[in-house]
Design a protein around this ligand. Structure first.
Ligand code: ZN
Length: 231
């Protein structure tokens, strides 16, 4: 199992799908995390301004160990100017074609600015990675499932909830590693637990994480029995 995750900032991967990542890693998945921002605006005191990106990079590496993420790539973008442009679109296509994932995860389209930009460009790149366009050296990769996760805003009707009861502690521990963001993210632990309980409730477990399978490119029904298959 090869899992590719596109997220905007350090901590989005934890809030959005930390419990699921740990669970996938425990099941033997090879996970690559592609983060768009270097986190330059995430400083709480002026004296941190020149060191914050290094600090956040160090924190992310420790988080990768906790969640079982084997590869971490930072695209060095600037907070509040992550854009939907040709350069980022090509980077998304490159990572998909070169890594050849079995599933791709990204932000929900229904979130705030940087998150929406990453969602939009990741979705577009995912769509085109399976077509013979923008062809460089990597061959076209098939259209694998694309899932959106929630960070700031919750989704209206998630299509999938993963039971993270056993891995919620790892998710929490990973968030604690982002100590440089403690003054910025406020009562994030309260939100994480409340949301996990709410999502868990939907499937009758203590903690859950919700996802929406993208319908940006609809799946064809080749055999009519497919309509009766369970997810
Ligand atoms: Zn974020």
């Amino acid at each position: 199992m090869r899992i590719l995750v596109f997220c905007a900032h350090a901590d989005d991967e934890v809030i959005g799908m930390g419990g699921t990542l740990r669970k996938l890693a425990d099941a033997g998945a090879h996970i690559r995390l592609v983060m768009f921002s270097a986190g330059a605006e995430g400083y709480s005191r002026p004296e941190e301004k020149t060191t914050i990106t290094q600090t956040r990079r160090r924190e992310t590496r420790a988080v990768c160990d906790i969640l079982g993420i084997r590869e971490y790539v930072n695209l060095e973008g600037m907070d509040w100017s992550l854009s939907v442009d040709n350069g980022t679109y090509r980077q998304v296509i490159h990572h998909i074609r070169e890594f050849r994932p079995d599933a791709v995860f990204t932000h929900s389209m229904n979130d705030y600015s940087d998150h929406m930009a990453v969602s939009q460009v990741s979705t577009e790149g995912w769509f085109h990675a399976a077509l013979p366009c923008a062809m460089e050296k990597d061959p076209v990769w098939k259209q694998v499932p694309l899932y959106e996760f929630e960070v700031i805003q919750t989704m209206n009707r998630p299509s999938l909830v993963v039971d993270i009861t056993d891995t919620f502690a790892a998710k929490k521990r990973a968030m604690e590693v982002y100590a440089s963001q403690t003054g910025i993210v406020g009562s994030v632990f309260q939100m994480m637990e409340g949301r996990a309980m709410e999502r868990g409730y939907l499937i009758g477990v203590r903690y859950g994480e919700a996802f929406l399978r993208s319908s940006y490119k609809p799946r064809p029904v080749r055999k009519i029995q497919t309509l009766l298959e369970k997810e």
